[in-house]
Design a protein around this ligand. Structure first.
Ligand code: SF4
Ligand code: SF4
Length: 386
């Protein structure tokens, strides 16, 4: 069962079709057939307060269809995520409203989480991290379904099943993990431990419209046309890479899984469903953030970072000096000067949280596309991260 995935083709968020397909996915997993008296946590991707059409967040029609199916099986739904940035009731209200989750809750009776408390859990089995401070909402249900999207990611290459549980870390505490693990592979190894600690019962991917390019929040929506379910988040991400044409060997989230022997690049997965042969043409545009090596000497590392990775830059015209980027900057590299954000590049660790979270599209990336830059990036990758 572990490396088995069920994949169905689904081209649009059409309510009846979604309900029927999600019903069939749930039927495959015995613990979801009868949910009488059970509370089911839907851990969504609610990164920010953006409208569904931008494909940043799990689509409300998908959540609606899933909730109706759970209700019909006798269960109750709790919708939750800790978004990027602050984790307060006011922020959650805004996010639920903008992403369409408030309407879903009003229509289906689903409960929206407003509990922003957290606790520490030890995780002796962790390969890389032995304890995490996680949101209390993670332990308020009998079963958990993670409902990620398929998006490129400037830092981990891909955000889908193995990245979605980062939302179990409360609010701006996420910044500490970026500070602690500036290396993309280390950060991804941490994510795999966190995902295992969370004990998700099922991953159900809203892969109908994904995001390519400058994901997870500033890329372009792209139709993928699938729903994927399975128990193994790494297997899902490997298959997503194969569907989208992203090179698994260049996605830190999968490189970390390969490094810890959680799966292998050429692993044969057990696939079923009418979407098992789907492959996108042309492939997804990757997120070209850059890779930071941790091993080279400091002066060399700084040189390579500057030459081979994209710099976050501030659009003076769009920036309103709100400070969201400063408050989420893992390198403490941002100050607000005369009402505008200013970045100290000597401190910037290229985590791209500022780009991900700026609510005013005021952070853009200067993409390095020169042959020399790409050569250095590839060399850095091969010698220092492999
Ligand atoms: S760059 Fe964006 S997040 Fe940062 S201060 Fe300006 S508007 Fe706010
Ligand atoms: S300036 Fe942006 S990319 Fe650099 S460390 Fe701060 S949040 Fe990360």
């Amino acid at each position: 069962m572990q490396k088995e995935l069920h994949i169905t083709g689904c081209k649009e968020y059409q309510p009846e079709r979604l309900k029927e397909q999600i019903d069939a996915h749930l039927d495959r997993y015995p613990e979801f057939r009868d949910l009488k008296g059970k509370k089911v946590l839907l851990k969504l991707n609610l990164l920010s307060a953006t409208e569904p059409e931008r494909a940043v967040t799990t689509h409300p029609q998908f959540v609606r269809a899933l909730t109706i199916n759970i209700n019909e099986r006798g269960g109750r739904v709790l919708i939750a995520d800790s978004p990027g940035g602050l984790f307060t009731r006011g922020i959650l209200e805004k996010i639920y409203r903008e992403t369409g989750m408030k309407n879903v809750a009003d229509e289906t009776g689903a409960e929206l989480n407003y509990d922003t408390s957290a606790h520490t859990e030890r995780f002796p089995e962790g390969r890389f991290i032995k304890s995490f401070h996680i949101c209390d909402y993670m332990r308020k249900a009998d079963l958990t379904i993670a409902v990620p999207k398929i998006k490129t990611h400037m830092f981990t290459g891909l955000t889908c099943a193995s990245k979605v549980m980062f939302g179990a870390i409360p609010g701006t505490e996420k910044v500490k993990y970026h500070t602690r693990f500036p290396d993309t592979t280390d950060f991804s190894r941490m994510l795999h431990d966190l995902t295992d600690l969370c004990g998700v019962d099922l991953f159900l991917v809203d892969g109908i419209i994904g995001m390519e390019g400058k994901g997870p929040s500033k890329g372009e929506p792209r139709k993928v046309g699938v729903i994927i379910s399975g128990k193994d988040p790494r297997a899902i991400d490997l298959h997503v890479a194969r569907i989208t044409g992203l090179d698994p060997g260049k996605l830190p989230i999968l490189k970390a899984a390969f490094k810890d022997d959680l799966l292998y690049p050429d692993e044969e997965l057990i696939l079923s469903g009418d979407g098992e042969d789907l492959k996108l043409e042309p492939a997804f545009k990757p997120a070209r953030g850059g890779q930071i090596a941790t091993n080279p000497p400091r002066f060399l590392k700084r040189f390579m970072i500057n030459l081979s990775t994209s710099k976050p830059r501030i659009s003076i015209r769009n920036c309103i000096g709100c400070g969201v980027c400063r408050d989420n900057c893992a390198g403490e590299a941002i100050r607000i000067v005369k009402g505008k954000a200013r970045i100290d590049y000597s401190r910037c660790i290229r985590c791209y949280c500022c780009h991900e979270l700026c609510p005013h599209d005021a952070v853009y990336l200067s993409i390095k596309e020169s042959g020399l830059a790409r050569y250095i990036e590839d060399t850095t990758y091969r010698y220092f991260i492999d």
